[in-house]
Design a protein around this ligand. Sequence first.
Ligand code: SAM
Length: 345
Amino acid sequence: MDSIEDFESIQVLHQYQYGLLISKVMFTASELGVFDLLLESGEPLSSGAIAERLGTSPSGMERLLEACVGLKFLRMERKENRSLYGNSALADLYLAKSSLKSQYNFIKFLSEDMYPSAQYLTDAVRKGTEQLESIYGASSKNYFEVFYRSEESLYRFSKAMDDIWSLCGKEVMSAFDLSNFPLICDVGGAAGTLAKECISLYPNSTAIVFDLPEVVESLKKDPVFSQESWMTFQTGDFFKDPVPEADLYILARILHSWNDEKCIQLLTKLHKACKPGGGVLVVELVLDEDKCGPPEAHLHSMLMLLHSKGKERTSSEYQALFTAAGFKEMQLKKGTLYDALMGRK
Ligand code: SAM
């Protein structure tokens, strides 16, 4: 090795080459229930005890636990010549199913749906189009039709989408002061998880959650579903049906699924429905103007290429969509993960 730069490049090279295995080690431990068992047990356990409780081979489990320690999902201590394993703070907070900030559903969705689809990325890049037919064997117009093909898969998708808001829902909803919008409509708002975060910050407002009929019907059957008095559901297709009247429309992770033409169609509809002084709050992973980052926006854009006609966009690209739809001004507030863009009528 010639220099420190070479050493650093090789480390990055290795880390990225093995990225798929890093994800898979996390997914496997999550799927087998390692993080849940260690949170519930309240004390570190040996690999033999973990294997027995989770019904796996002792040798396979030991190897997995060691890898999890190396990746800092778990910690290991030596006691009386035995290795005992416990969750790291990260696992307790985000990986165990029962944690309030658990990302378990999203991990399951990444593992079962996104991970296998990634093998079609080369085809998607070659052809410049989504690969729904190759991935799912389905000739569907958009990925919602694919994920909503059964109630189980609809449920898995919607639960996966919800997880992120326990981490940054409050942050995105407080990026702008929304207290002057008494009636807020979350368009494509699924079970209303983000709307709940919003109203917890602005208790004088009420919210309408608008989504496809099959989504609302299915999510209402969820035992954990709760509908507060300040929240109503309205069903419809946001391209075909009228949207409810409101002072503010939220579009969280909606525009990135559609091409510019469809985005302008939807934003124009919301601009027309919006009362004067009202607005649209777009929540997305916004690309830097020079498109050199952030990496999570690039990675999501790859998922969008695989699954839709959409993409992640820069702030000026969103500005162009807002302007084409008739909005006078647009402001961006960067967040830790998700960003907020506000267009005013
Ligand atoms: N806004 C939620 C969030 O950020 O957690 C959900 C985002 S999810 C990626 C997109 C949502 O848009 C889904 O709930 C989906 O059912 C809804 N959706 C997709 N097409 C729609 C349509 N044509 N009309 C109404 N809702 C639609």
